[in-house]
Design a binder for this molecule. Structure first.
Ligand SMILES: C[S@@+](CC[C@H](N)C(=O)[O-])C[C@H]1O[C@@H](n2cnc3c(N)ncnc32)[C@H](O)[C@@H]1O
Length: 228
């Protein structure tokens, strides 16, 4: 059955679905290694994602967020994907940007698209960075891919790797609900805005503001509280 809901920030994928389903069928009878995929299926659809990702959705919101960020700071783009368009936009600022993603295939494209930024492979729930490594972080299109406990862990990890006063911009729907990711066919889970505000607060963030972009993606802008 075709999935019913699209990935936030992406247009109608119907023209590529046949390819996705054929690939998934091949995988189900092939190597078992996809079962260990920490990218929630995105590693297997990286090519399709790069063709389908809107080049504009999120750009204006990220540019507005950047207006508040001092030049020269260290920024993490968590779940950076191919780096297009958002890491490229971050590159317009004079920041030291690092991309991180759980998909080696996404990162291969990222390295070619954004050769100036280090690209680190790993899961958001266990970030391979030391405490207070970054002054800001973007997490676009990530949280709802993860199981609820892992969403909590990822927000805790973001708090851990940010400095006191560090800025976080993340997306997750304001409404609670579950749906099938149109590209990967995995279940996505939104815990809803109240839960994301609470999880941010519990992890050590103050909520600065919320907004919605042209693709209906809901943004939470947080500021890391100073460490005690
Ligand atoms: C919807 S895409 C968003 C990509 C990018 N931020 C953008 O603006 O297009 C979701 C990304 O999350 C990555 N991802 C999925 N699970 C992850 C995890 N546990 N840790 C880190 N990245 C993950 C996927 O590989 C994919 O690149």
């Amino acid at each position: 059955m075709p999935p019913k809901k699209r990935v936030p920030g992406t247009p109608d994928f119907s023209y590529i679905l046949a390819d996705v389903y054929a690939r998934r069928k091949r995988k189900s009878t092939g190597s078992p290694f996809h079962l260990m995929d920490a990218s929630h299926g995105y590693d297997g659809v990286a090519g399709q994602y790069s063709r389908a990702r809107s080049p504009s959705i999120g750009v204006a919101t990220v540019r507005r967020w950047m207006e508040e960020l001092p030049r020269g700071i260290r920024l993490l783009d968590l779940a950076c994907g191919t780096g297009i368009p958002l890491t490229r936009v971050l590159g317009e600022g004079n920041y030291r940007v690092v991309g991180a993603d759980a998909s080696p295939q996404m990162l291969a494209q990222f390295r070619s698209n954004i050769p100036t930024a280090p690209a680190v492979c790993g899961a958001a729930q266990r970030l391979a960075f030391q405490d207070a490594s970054f002054d800001g972080a973007l997490a676009w299109g990530l949280l709802f891919l993860l199981a609820p406990d892992d969403q909590r862990r990822a927000i805790m990890e973001l708090a851990r790797v940010l400095t006191g006063g560090g800025a976080l911009l993340m997306t997750a729907p304001a409404e609670r609900g579950e749906w099938k990711d149109v590209l990967t066919d995995r279940t996505s889970v939104s815990l809803g805005a109240d839960a994301y505000r609470d999880m941010g607060n519990a992890a050590g963030f103050d909520l600065i503001g919320e907004s919605i972009d042209e693709g209906d993606n809901h943004y939470y802008a947080f500021r890391r509280r100073m460490r005690g």
